[in-house]
Ligand binder design. Structure first.
Ligand code: ATP
Ligand code: MN
Length: 462
């Protein structure tokens, strides 16, 4: 008999018919007359209750049904009298697909901490919490593609292996096929990269933006959605060494268009998740964070605050609040500052613009004042910076001047500068850290809990 996913069994259409369900056992309880098994197949947070009438089954048959075992059951799907259940299956046949020795199965007991489960990352997706988180993650990824597709953006695949750290966004992971124990050397004693796979030093990308700009100035509007890698040794709850980034880039957009896009985009994703992952978000709300749903719905209601950095700094200076890191004009804002503006001062998301040029990347469009650039960071409650973006400098001369001031190796940049040599146009874009969005939507507080297999300093086992 063909298996039906548990989520589909709950839709009511198969009531009073014979069905087949397969999944993993969450719990078993009961007495010598009747046994109840909670079965989950990952398709929904909801378990299917399987009722075993012990007049028809032996204890021996049910013995392998322990937490974590995989079973296949057929039987009648009926309306349930039990509290909290809408339907249940009255078991007719049972087939044990895979046992899970209760002595050895790490998730035998309920109520493990998130920290404990991080050590069991190979199994944690079987818990309610991580099932919910990773379903929400998947639904958000779909929402992102849907949003851009509906607006005529093209999905551009930018390279993961690159020759230069153009953006200076973070420390890079080197990629090499050289034998580290036996490095070829030049006559001067340096590593001879001529012998390396690409004939040059290469590394994993920290951002797809520069290639994204090539796409935008050809296809009009593109977005990237792929992994990025930063060897930053920042052991924070908001940084990963491998994370996914979404980077739209649009020709002819100025910073205001860019802010509008960012705001529409985030709101669209949150609203899509609320509609399509309601059960999971409700579960996370009830288990971890009672304000989650209110917070998500609140975001959709009001426009984001748009504020120049200079005014933001004034608010922080006047706040009278004691921050760990000092705040002054020119300082790179820390998460504590960002969160003060968002959570305490404005009580809604803030888009901070026009940052001092010294703390922002070389490619951002310079303002008339000579001091600031057309940057825009979107700051969120609980998260701090969720998006970083800007209008790009389209003037070849100004861009070149900045590159020289910052001593960025010109030879690495010629292809990028060509966008400004041939048909240059105003354009803008931004980067959204996907895991920071998932953090926000799930209410989780550590970024390690919203990516299936987190890569952080000293951790890449599974
Ligand atoms: P932060 O100041 O938080 O380190 P950043 O200024 O380095 O961020 P950008 O280089 O602008 O960030 O990257 C764009 C977006 O990517 C950020 O807004 C953030 O959402 C996300 N991001 C950056 N670094 C990380 C990381 N190590 N792990 C996860 N997400 C990240
Ligand atoms: Mn960073």
């Amino acid at each position: 008999m063909k298996r039906t996913r548990i989520v589909d069994l709950f839709d009511g259409s198969r009531l009073d018919t014979e069905v087949c369900a397969k999944g993993w056992v969450r719990t078993r309880r009961g007495n010598k007359h009747v046994q109840f098994v909670a079965l989950n197949d990952g398709s929904t947070i909801k378990n299917m209750q399987i009722v075993f009438d012990m007049a028809q089954f032996t204890d021996e048959q049910l013995k392998p049904i322990t937490t974590g075992a995989a079973i296949e059951v057929t039987g009648l799907l009926v309306a349930s009298a039990g509290k909290g259940q809408t339907v249940e299956i009255q078991a007719r046949t049972l087939n044990v697909l895979g046992t899970a020795d209760p002595e050895a199965y790490p998730l035998q007991k309920k109520g493990h901490t998130l920290e404990f489960l991080r050590e069991k990352a190979h199994l944690r997706m079987r818990t309610n919490t991580f099932g919910a988180v990773f379903r929400v993650r998947s639904i958000l990824a779909y929402a992102i593609h849907k949003f851009f597709n509906e607006r005529g953006f093209f999905y551009l695949h930018t390279p993961l292996i690159t020759e230069s750290d153009c953006e200076g966004a973070g420390a890079m992971f080197q990629v090499t096929t050289l034998d580290l124990n036996n490095l070829p050397k030049t006559e001067e004693g340096a590593v001879d990269y001529n012998e390396d796979f690409f004939g040059k030093p290469t590394a994993l990308t920290v951002s797809g933006q520069l290639e994204g700009e090539l796409g935008a100035t050809s296809l009009g509007a593109i977005y990237t959605f792929g992994p990025t890698f930063r060897a930053e040794n920042s052991n924070t709850p908001r940084h990963l060494a491998e994370f996914w980034m979404i980077e739209p880039e649009v020709a002819f957009n100025d910073i205001t268009d860019n802010m509008d896009l960012a705001e529409d985009f985030i709101k669209y994703c949150i609203s899509y998740a609320l509609e399509n992952a309601r059960d999971d978000i409700q579960f996370l709300n009830d288990m971890y964070d009672n304000e989650l749903l209110t917070r998500l719905e609140g975001i959709l209601k009001e426009p984001f605050v748009r504020l120049p950095y200079t005014e933001g700094v004034e608010i922080l200076e006047k706040s009278g609040k004691k921050f760990e890191f000092p705040v002054y004009w020119g300082a790179d804002l820390q998460s504590e500052h960002e969160r003060y503006l968002v959570e305490e001062h404005f009580k809604r998301p803030v888009i901070l613009t026009d940052y001092p040029k010294e703390i922002k990347a070389f490619y951002m469009k310079q303002n008339e004042d000579g001091k600031t650039v057309r940057a825009m960071d979107v700051l969120f409650p609980k998260i701090g910076e969720i998006i970083g973006g800007s209008e790009r400098e389209e003037s070849y001369d100004k861009l070149l001047q900045r590159i020289e001031e910052l001593n960025i190796p010109m030879k690495d940049m010629w292809w990028y500068l060509d966008t400004r040599r041939f048909g240059t146009v105003p354009h803008s874009g931004f980067g959204l850290g996907f895991e920071r969005l998932v953090l926000f939507v799930t209410g989780m507080t550590n970024i390690r809990d919203v990516i299936p297999f987190p890569r952080t300093p000293k951790n890449a086992e599974f």
